[in-house]
Write a protein of this length. Structure first.
Length: 209
């Protein structure tokens, strides 16, 4: 094998880590080791630590995927649990089916967020399609007009929240569906939808628990 100078190898490591971070797929040290065929994890770690010392990467202590790109105002990548599926249609039994973690750029603590796969077509006019993933901020209250994940007697749905004549209503964004007026004492807000994600080419960048 031809000899490569440490500087050139480090540049290759940087480009690999940078590209993975921009794709939302932060690598572990072992993944760097395997990618470049280093004989030990410590060889990969030394290159990464050198890049941190040079200011080309930042590191969040105590995290296996803690390397990120520096820059004022840049959002760090956090791992958000993908917990299961939620119906964008009629109410359906709530399903908690942990599948892994999604890397999401956010300044919020990871325990404030969760992700859910969307099923159904009741929210298509809000740009939420079947197969999309909604990123949800955990909260127990919401304002009229917010898109929320709501639980009604152990059944979950994603809808736009409305308040009329003293009642909370779960409104679809598709005229083929009817509003849901649940018994008010049974309505529970799980959280507010803050982001919608859709992958077309490489698929969802899901990381193992």
């Amino acid at each position: 094998m031809a000899y490569t100078t440490p500087g050139k190898t480090r540049n290759k490591v940087y480009r690999y880590v940078r590209d993975r971070l921009l794709l939302g797929r932060p690598p572990t040290i072992r993944e760097v080791q395997r990618r470049f065929g280093f004989s030990s994890v410590e060889s990969a770690r030394s290159h990464l630590e050198a890049l941190v010392a040079e200011g080309r990467l930042d590191k969040e202590a105590g995290r296996a995927r803690g390397y990120r790109l520096p820059g004022g105002g840049a959002r760090p990548t956090i791992l958000v649990p993908l917990l299961g599926r939620v119906q964008a249609g009629d109410l359906t039994a709530a399903i908690e089916d942990p599948q892994g973690y999604l890397p999401i750029p956010s300044h919020r603590p990871a325990d404030e967020l969760l992700a859910l796969n969307v099923e159904g077509e009741s929210m298509i006019n809000a740009g939420i399609l079947p197969g999309d993933v909604v990123i949800v901020r955990r909260q127990q209250t919401a304002d009229p007009g917010d898109i929320v994940v709501a639980l009604v007697d152990d059944e979950a749905t994603v809808k736009r929240l409305a308040h009329r004549r003293g009642q909370w209503i779960l409104m679809p964004e598709n005229p083929a569906f009817h509003p849901i007026v649940p018994p008010q004492e049974d309505l529970r807000i799980i959280g507010k939808v803050v982001e919608v994600r859709r992958w077309l080419d490489e698929g969802m960048p899901l990381l193992e628990p």
